[in-house]
Ligand binder design. Structure first.
Ligand code: ADP
Ligand code: MG
Length: 844
């Protein structure tokens, strides 16, 4: 217990799994919690005593699944192993923390999603700015940045870490981080943040990037915190980190949590499933690193035209070579995850099978390089992104050859299974194998000889772990047992014997096998080290392959779904001919999706107001425009006949509260707060998508707010904006604002029924068709009939005075009347009155 309590003292908020024989045991509160989480039986140590200690345990051989379950539930697990052979230990067996598994640092392939990074993050918040760093311990990817406090939530959503570290004080009650904690549901843990730049730089050592990072102290300190924390989880191995990569939020399109969610980039809005997301449609990668890279590309669209064009060039080059794309997909799919395998070697957790897969992947590199070369022509050489330069590194071929001679063709899953080292590689291994095999053959020969000599045909030489080799004779034959057999054990069906010869041979076999295991382990460790030494070049080759895989995937989507190469430039125009929604198009039968054009331009058509009844296709249209812009900026082709995309620096989306099904807390307040953010942060370069803003309140408030927001974007911001509303009153905005264009999603009335045409046409809708949609939805005939009656009365004007809200519906064409009706003279301050007057004047 002393040993246990020492460990627990150092790790008070982790579950300690304490190795006792063949079990990992949990004690005290850990046992109570563990028993509940893992569905184990809670028992007690020293049963019957007054203060019996609660305990529960999991068998050592099945521990992997239990540990995984705990970490996936957000817990940290400290694993304490016996570091001495219990048979040799004098007194208490020595035990030590072997490793710590935390939600952010998991190395188990069964738990890791091959196509997603596993990030551990740290935040260092100050009033003015926040340092953020994140590390994927499986690959050693380490990035850090500094952002404004308001940007933190969006960036955390984008990074999607499994665990976030912060200083104890920062996580205290009531502050901004504590609020964020309730919104971003991951494991938040306290950790030591290096207090100074020097301490942080010291922790990170000579890592490339650290010197530059001195100018961003918060980022540097956050990076040092994740590294120190991750390091502590691996007492036995080194982390595969090769550089600290600093980035600025402005290096990529700024996307906040709402935009990522609304545009369904990596998961759907409803149900939060990966299937049906934009990533799902374009992810045709065949390797895990390719999958991780494409995810990263999609979440961090570029803003630099030259960089985007480089990617486009690679995609275009491949799109012209469909046969090559097919062959590359085939070849790539046979290449294992070099980034993670290199990481495992560095961490010292690589298995013989891992090294076998790494070797086979390295051996594939020349074929891949040759394959790409087959596409090269004088006029159209291989684009730089596909050059696979790092895969040509000669040391990789040398390493592959080395692993080819040292390891067998199909190495075992675990070292202790034996048989990892190839025969002919090492004299000791060969000799021990020979001795062990020879001994076994001799033993097998004994069986035959003894059967003959004793005349007992049923005599068997057998083996078990307790006795080793023995001779078994059945009851009926016992009388014929020779005198030199020594009886060892009586069993139900007969007796077991040993002979000096057998014992001698057994000793030889066991000794040979022991030596063999030790030698194999030694040799295997040398191979792991050889790989770890080249982890940098291996990972670089893996990264280069990931780029090829990602470009191949995008080329494949482009070709099979008839996407076009967009023109991406530093202009401000956004022009799409026959654009389609990539996800909805993929769900419909070919040709069913109705394509639409879009033109946005801050100088002419800055704000496009989209009206049309519910279900007409407004939201779909706006999302498709935003998704096409983002696809263009990751270097992908886009679902359109032609497109020109002037770079967007930020993409904002807001969906009216009633439409925003994803958030439990969807209130009008949230919607307004988000709208406020847009108005504060959007620039002339931004793309804004506003969907039914103002919907979460009464019609009257809603129209007024929508109106004022649209005006402000037009007058003060100048950002390219798509603004959908079912308040067709807003079409009047175009009369007073030169850069507002009205479009509507066409519907046709056919025999009193509404038919959705899905076509976006010039001009605003003059009717909301709410009743028609209600009818389609199946409201009873009487209700529909009555609604039409009321509508007719309202439109005839007889109820104009009844309520301001209804009057609005009746007089859509007069914004001034609407605005006036909204004013309660008793509540207006003189200043507001002046402002109102100015506003009304602007409406004329
Ligand atoms: P609104 O926002 O106007 O209420 P939505 O954009 O939600 O309408 O569209 C309603 C449904 O219509 C979508 O779920 C989609 O299935 C279909 N739809 C929208 N646009 C198109 C289109 N261009 N072609 C085919 N189907 C479409
Ligand atoms: Mg909608």
């Amino acid at each position: 217990m002393r040993q246990y309590l020492d460990v627990k003292d150092k790790h008070p908020d982790a579950l300690v799994l304490f190795r006792l024989g063949d079990f990992y045991e949990l004690f005290f509160e850990d046992a109570v919690l563990g028993a509940r989480l893992l569905d184990l039986t809670l028992t007690t140590r020293d049963k019957g005593k007054e203060d019996a200690v609660p305990m529960c345990g999991v068998p050592h051989h099945a521990s992997r699944g239990y540990i995984a379950k705990l970490t996936e539930l957000g817990h940290r697990v400290v694993i304490v192993e016996q570091v001495e052979d219990p048979r040799l230990a004098k007194g208490l067996v020595k035990r030590e923390v072997a490793r710590i598994v935390t939600p952010g640092v998991v190395l188990d392939d069964d738990v890791l999603d091959p196509k997603q990074p596993r990030y551990l993050a740290a935040v260092v918040p100050t009033k003015a700015s926040v340092g953020l760093a994140y590390l994927d311990a499986t690959t050693g990817e380490l990035r850090a940045t500094e952002l404004s406090p308001g940007e933190l939530e969006g960036e955390l959503v984008r990074v999607a870490p499994r665990e976030v570290l912060a200083d104890g004080k920062a996580l205290g009650d009531g502050n901004a981080l504590a609020i964020l904690q309730t919104r971003i549901r991951v494991a938040w843990n306290r950790a030591d943040i290096p207090p100074t730049v020097d301490a942080a730089a010291g922790e990170l050592g000579k890592l490339p990037g650290v010197i530059d990072a001195r100018e961003r102290p918060l980022a540097l300190r956050a990076a040092a915190a994740v590294v120190a924390y991750a390091r502590a989880t691996q007492p036995a191995g080194a982390l595969p980190i090769r550089a600290l990569e600093l980035y600025r939020p402005g290096d990529a399109v700024v996307l906040d949590e709402t935009a990522i969610a609304n545009l369904e980039l990596v998961e759907t809005l409803i149900g939060r499933r990966a299937q049906g997301s934009l990533l799902d449609v374009i992810d045709r990668t065949v390797t895990a690193p390719g999958g991780r890279l494409l995810r990263r590309w999609l979440l961090y669209p570029l803003v630099d035209v030259a960089q985007i064009r480089r990617r486009q060039d690679a995609v275009a080059w491949l799109a012209l070579r469909p046969a090559l794309v097919e062959r590359l997909r085939g070849a790539l799919s046979r290449v294992a995850d070099l980034e993670r395998l290199a990481g495992k070697a560095t961490l010292g957790v690589a298995t013989p099978r891992d090294l076998g897969r790494l070797r086979d992947a390295l051996a594939q590199l020349p074929e891949l390089i040759a394959l790409i070369a087959t596409g090269t022509t004088k006029l159209d050489p291989t684009p730089p992104l596909l050059a696979l330069e790092p895969a040509r590194e000669p040391v990789l071929a040398t390493l592959a050859a080395r692993l080819g001679t040292s390891l067998v063709d199909a190495p075992p899953p675990l070292l202790k299974d034996g048989g990892a080292i190839r025969t002919g590689y090492d004299a000791t291994v060969d000799e021990c194998r020979g001795l062990a095999d020879g001994g076994k053959e001799q033993i097998a020969a004994i069986e035959e000889r003894e059967q003959r000599d004793s005349g007992i045909a049923s005599l068997k030489v057998r083996y078990n772990r307790v006795f080793g080799y023995y001779i078994e004779v059945t009851k009926s034959q016992l009388a014929r047992v020779p005198a030199h057999y020594a009886r060892k054990q009586t069993i139900a069906t007969g007796e077991r014997f040993v002979t000096p010869e057998l014992a001698e041979l057994e000793k030889k076999v066991v000794a040979a096998e022991d030596t063999l295991a030790i030698r194999e382990a030694e040799l295997f460790r040398a191979e792991v080290l050889a790989v770890a030494e080249l982890a940098g070049p291996i990972a670089a080759a893996g990264a280069a392959l990931a780029v090829v895989d990602t470009c191949v995937a995008l080329a494949d989507v482009a070709a099979s779904r008839s996407y076009c190469r967009p023109i991406v430039d530093d202009g401000f125009a956004l022009e799409i001919a026959d654009g389609r929604h990539p996800v909805i198009e993929a769900m419909l039968a070919a040709g069913e999706f109705v394509p639409n054009d879009c033109r946005l331009d801050p100088d002419a058509e800055q704000l496009v107001l989209i009206t049309g009844p519910n279900m007409a296709g407004k939201s779909t249209y706006m999302r498709q425009v935003a998704q096409i812009a983002l696809l263009a900026q990751i270097g992908s082709f886009v679902p359109a006949r032609a497109a020109t995309i002037g770079i967007c620096d930020r993409v904002f989306t807001r969906v009216g509260a009633a439409d925003n099904l994803s958030r439990g807390d969807s209130t009008f307040m949230v919607e307004m707060r988000e709208t406020a953010t847009i108005l504060a942060k959007a620039t002339r370069r931004s793309l804004i998508v506003l969907d039914e803003v103002g919907r979460g309140t009464s019609t009257f408030d809603g129209v007024s707010i929508a109106w004022a927001v649209a005006e402000h974007i037009h007058d003060a911001i100048g950002a390219r904006t798509l603004f959908a509303t079912h308040y067709h009153e807003l079409v009047a905005l175009a009369e007073s604002r030169p850069r507002v264009r009205n479009v509507s999603v066409a519907v046709r009335e056919h025999k009193n029924e509404i038919v959705f045409l899905r076509r976006v046409v010039a001009g605003g809708a003059n009717k909301s068709y709410g009743i028609d949609v209600a009818r389609l939805a199946g409201l009873p005939k009487q209700v529909i009939g009555r609604a039409r009656e009321i509508m007719a009365t309202l439109e005839s004007g007889s109820a104009l005075a009844a309520s301001p809200q209804l009057s609005l519906l009746a007089a859509p064409a007069s914004p001034i009347a609407a605005r006036l009706a909204a004013i309660d003279p008793n509540r207006v301050t003189p200043l507001e009155a002046l402002q109102l007057l100015a506003e009304l004047k602007s409406l004329t």
